[in-house]
Design a protein around this ligand. Sequence first.
Ligand code: PLP
Length: 362
Amino acid sequence: MYKIMTPGPTQVRENVRNARSLACTNPDLDPAFYDYYKETCELISELLETKNTAYILDGEGILGLEAACASLTEPGDQVLVLDNGVYGKGFADFVTMYGGQVTFYEAPYTRALDVDAFRAYLKEHHDFKYATLVHCDTPSGVLNPVEELSRALHEYGIMTIVDSVSAMFGEPLRVDEGQIDIACGGSQKALSAPPGLTFVTVSDAAMKAMEERKTPIASFYANILVFKDYYKNLWFPYTMPISDIYGLRAALENVKADTERYDRHKKYGEMTRTAVQKMGLSLYLENGYSNTVTVIRIPEGMTAADILETMKKDHNIMIAGSFDVLTGQVIRIGHMGENANEQDVTETLQALEQTLSSLKKK
Ligand SMILES: *Cc1c(COP(=O)(O)O)cnc(C)c1O
């Protein structure tokens, strides 16, 4: 078994693994499970500092993003896609798939989005139904000021979908403070449950927009509206993965108990950035470092594959490459959730240093 130091999936604590092995009831028929599901959703809302209702959907983080776009987009809707990263740009696929018209707001991939520049843009261009934003764009590790950006969009009556899958619980996200209509999260990043679940918090305005659509939502599985009355009707649109939800609940309780979580992420984020620069490596970003992941340029004379292979073979540690336009350009250390601890971060940094010197000798 490798030590997993990737930016998701992350390490999973024993109490989460044990929770997944508890005896199961029939989640469709047992009213007690509806209470359990609802309380788990309420815990998500509490941790994200929002009065908005949360829903847990049975699928990976990607399902949350697609469900948000599927549920809000009607054919011909104008949608603003904020693109300063791979996931940022990727939102456009979900928008167009459901008939939306995309306008990109493009900005460099090496920097966080600038709120003043974005506000200036909005002054001239604001005829959009909603906008998509990414909190931490994991392939490059950039952290965007999504609360401020979302508030700016709201001044023009533009709803917001925020992908915070790889940031939430490692970086602060205050959904109400940011007036975020749909915030998307996943089980396998800083929350440190195994992959398999996504969850969304939904504002009243977003729910109303779904209810008042002229055309039906063009999906059943990626449809948030079908969850709306699950508690009143004691009915889920499909059978809930009860063991996954037991695990998710334990992971959420772990997050809640860890009141210093943002300081802890900051400490290991800073430690990693400082250490890799001391080794002579350079960071991919110029600013906007997320404390959940560090993205490092490949030094001259080596490849990403060489580094990742040596880390696995000689040190039994798995770190990640990247993808899309960043394929082969960078390596990534995920120090989020359970990965963000003194021993694992220190071992990973030592292993990386040894890996670099052994590759240099070749
Ligand atoms: C991991 C991640 C997702 C979800 O991707 P999956 O392949 O479903 O895990 C979505 N957005 C971001 C920014 C992510 O890092």
